[in-house]
Design a binder for this molecule. Structure first.
Ligand SMILES: Cc1cc2nc3c(=O)[nH]c(=O)nc-3n(C[C@H](O)[C@H](O)[C@H](O)COP(=O)(O)OP(=O)(O)OC[C@H]3O[C@@H](n4cnc5c(N)ncnc54)[C@H](O)[C@@H]3O)c2cc1C
Length: 264
């Protein structure tokens, strides 16, 4: 677990506040970014953003000066566009400058607001890609945060805090990181194998942050197939009973996960 000092010069000090500036855009104009507003709204939906309203968290962060109305519509269009742009290549660090050509100057306050909100709340530019790690510098500029538990949540929180310029110290009760994710390596005879004793399946890849980490690490994802045999302790394959009536199948966003009923 990395717990050394990090700071990010590219994350400005107002990132953590993510509050819309008091300068209000007085305009009836709805911004035209591109023709993909519908598909960008669908992508934002997979990140948990409703297509035509703000989340409670955005309202609390005061991303717009007035909730409702044209300013909010424009903010949503810009926010959806930024998310989509980062999702195009999650191994990149998307900068605000990326958008100056497509978002007119008069909407720069909304661009600031949306970009800082998404960055500070971990919707863009997160993970383990080199371009993202490179933004983390050796000396933290902010305070020290102690995180209890080196499971997925603790490790992700530590990394995110480090990218904001905090020093993160992770305290773990066990003698290993990973928490409920644990791959056990086994050797016997001439055979080496590994088995996941905890979390192992990404249930859905659309918007799943673990799916982005897999992309950043260039890991190949394998489908959990319809044919997913279970093995008994003696290494023999368990025989499936008459599957109708006792098994359920669920296809979830590209993944098919089979639940087998076995007679032993
Ligand atoms: C058998 C199994 C199969 C699973 N399969 C899947 C799957 O296929 N797909 C999926 O998405 N999810 C799966 N999950 C769930 C997934 O593993 C968890 O949701 C996820 O790992 C939880 O991460 P976490 O960081 O929130 O908590 P944890 O992984 O539980 O991490 C918490 C960490 O905090 C430490 N800790 C707790 N209290 C203290 C303390 N007081 N001081 C110091 N350290 C402390 C613990 O030791 C632990 O390391 C599975 C879970 C199990 C058990």
């Amino acid at each position: 677990m990395e717990s050394s000092n990090f700071a990010n010069t590219n994350v400005s000090s107002n990132v953590v506040k993510s509050t819309y500036s008091s300068r209000q855009i007085v305009s009836d104009e709805i911004i035209s970014i591109n023709k993909e507003t519908h598909s960008e709204a669908l992508i934002a939906l997979t990140a948990g953003f409703p297509s035509d309203s703000l989340t409670e968290e955005e309202i609390e962060a005061k991303v717009v000066s007035v909730v409702g109305g044209i300013e909010q519509i424009n903010y949503i269009l810009i926010r959806n566009h930024i998310i989509t742009k980062w999702r195009d290549n999650v191994s990149n660090w998307v900068t605000k400058d990326t958008f100056v050509d497509v978002i007119p100057e008069r909407f720069s306050d909304l661009l600031d607001s949306a970009y800082h909100y998404l960055l500070s709340h971990g919707y863009i530019n997160f993970g383990v890609a080199l371009a993202i790690k490179d933004r983390i510098l050796a000396k933290p500029s902010k305070g020290r945060v102690i995180i209890i538990g080196a499971g997925l949540a603790g490790l992700a929180a530590a990394r995110q805090l480090m990218s904001f310029g905090f020093e993160a110290i992770v305290l773990e009760g066990r003698n290993r990181a990973g928490g409920r994710v644990y791959t056990k390596k086994m050797e016997g005879g001439n055979t080496v194998a590994a088995a996941d004793l905890g979390g192992s399946v990404l249930t859905g890849t659309l918007g799943n942050p673990l799916g982005f980490l897999a992309q950043q690490l260039s890991y190949t994802l394998h489908k959990v197939r319809d044919q997913c045999p279970l093995y008994r302790a003696d290494g023999k394959q368990a025989q499936a009973r008459n599957l109708s009536g006792c098994c359920s199948w669920s296809g979830i966003r590209g993944f098919t996960r089979g639940f087998w009923c076995c007679d032993d």
